[in-house]
Design a protein around this ligand. Structure first.
Ligand SMILES: Nc1ncnc2c1ncn2[C@@H]1O[C@H](COP(=O)(O)OP(=O)(O)O)[C@@H](O)[C@H]1O
Ligand SMILES: N[C@@H](CCOP(=O)(O)O)C(=O)O
Length: 344
């Protein structure tokens, strides 16, 4: 096999879109891009992968391929297919536009980049559905990884697995992606848990081309793990029905042209995660309640992320002013909905 270069491009995502907690996701126009040079096989000594990184997170991301999330996921895929290590002399340059820990799916993108990398390096030719199974063994809610993989406005569910498959899919993450000690040698992390077939299933909804996303990005990181810790384990029937009613309307309403601001604004309300997360994001309740389609023409809806057809700057700057009163500085970006991951 001759030396080859390939590029993996994975979009950012916004998950939930208000009421669709752990269900819906949207792929957005910021990308994690890997440029990979895989040299022709040679009989020389084994050369470990060289990982270089630019862009968001460059100062904090591990550059050891056995510690970096993307390459660890790739190695997980390879080892599930009896390939023990990365090919010799691999050169991976990562350029990342997705800020870490700001609800734009940086970890989901890193995981999808990892499954696509493993698939390419191993020549595995796995179908997209199977790649999703591997991603779901790592990132266990389907909303952001599915949108990052397939692109667009996507709804997904995790299939109810039989007992054995449930056990196989629930092994601790430390067994799926072991922390490789520096002197682990070749035997560490072999025989990893292979994902059951068909864990996640999805459908793509329509998305009206006139709708853009205003991503309001606080200048502090909030890990998904922390944002999940504050959520209750049980909900009242009233709150559950509140979200189901809105989600059912929202999935179609965002595909209609022209979009109906009154319908969408109400359909983006949520009682499952945002009310509990407001303690972690000061200013959120005021932003979601005081910026409305009547105060800000063009606005369609606002959630932890927001959507509009026009009037973007006024919406974002007013959100900035409200957050500032609570001591939170923000940046904002106008993003479009883009296609899913590509390997070229
Ligand atoms: N491109 C990347 N390469 C390696 N690790 C990454 C990458 N992107 C994200 N991560 C890891 O994921 C963490 C953020 O994940 P998370 O808390 O789920 O936030 P987000 O909402 O951005 O996905 C980062 O702190 C980092 O450890
Ligand atoms: N549904 C999840 C989505 C987390 O997405 P991320 O982009 O923050 O990783 C949740 O709300 O916890």
């Amino acid at each position: 096999m001759a030396s080859r270069t390939f590029v993996i491009k994975v979009p950012a995502t916004s998950a939930n879109i208000g009421p669709g907690f752990d269900v819906v996701g949207l792929s957005l126009s910021l990308h994690l891009t890997l440029t990979v040079v895989q040299p022709a096989p040679s009989n020389g000594p084994y050369v470990p992968p060289l990982l270089r990184y630019t862009g968001e997170g460059a100062a904090e991301v591990p550059l050891d391929a056995y510690k970096n999330l993307t390459t660890r996921v790739a190695l997980y895929l390879l080892r599930c297919h009896d390939i023990r290590s990365f090919p010799s002399g691999l050169d991976i340059h990562v350029n990342n536009e997705i800020p870490f820990g700001r609800g734009l799916g940086s970890s989901g993108a890193a995981v999808i980049a990892g499954v696509l990398l493993g698939n390419e390096l191993g020549g595995l030719k796995l179908a997209r559905e199977r790649l999703l199974d591997f991603a779901l063994m790592v990132e266990r809610h389907p909303d952001n990884v599915t949108a990052a993989l397939v692109g667009g406005f996507v709804g997904s569910y995790l299939r109810e697995l039989d007992v054995a498959a449930t056990e196989a899919a629930s092994v601790p993450l430390s067994e799926v992606l072991p922390e490789f000690p520096p002197d682990a040698g070749e035997d560490w992390g072999l025989n990893p848990p292979v994902p059951p077939l068909g864990i996640g299933h999805y459908v793509r909804f329509g998305w009206s081309e006139s709708i853009k996303a205003i991503a309001i990005i606080p200048r502090f990181e909030l890990s998904t793990a922390k944002a999940r810790e504050v959520l209750p384990l049980q909900y009242s029937r009233k709150d559950l029905v509140f979200n189901l009613q809105r989600l059912a309307v929202l999935t179609t309403a965002l595909g209609q042209s022209p979009p109906d601001p009154e319908l969408i604004y109400e359909a983006m309300k949520d009682r499952v995660h945002q009310p509990y997360r407001k303690v972690l994001i000061p200013g959120l309740p005021e932003v979601t309640s005081s910026i409305t389609p009547s105060t800000h023409p063009g606005l369609l809806g606002i959630c932890l992320s927001g959507a509009a057809t026009h009037g973007f700057e006024a919406i974002a700057e007013d959100a900035r002013a409200i957050f500032k009163k609570t001591g939170v500085e923000i940046d904002w970006k106008l993003l479009t909905v883009v296609g899913g991951s590509v390997v070229e």
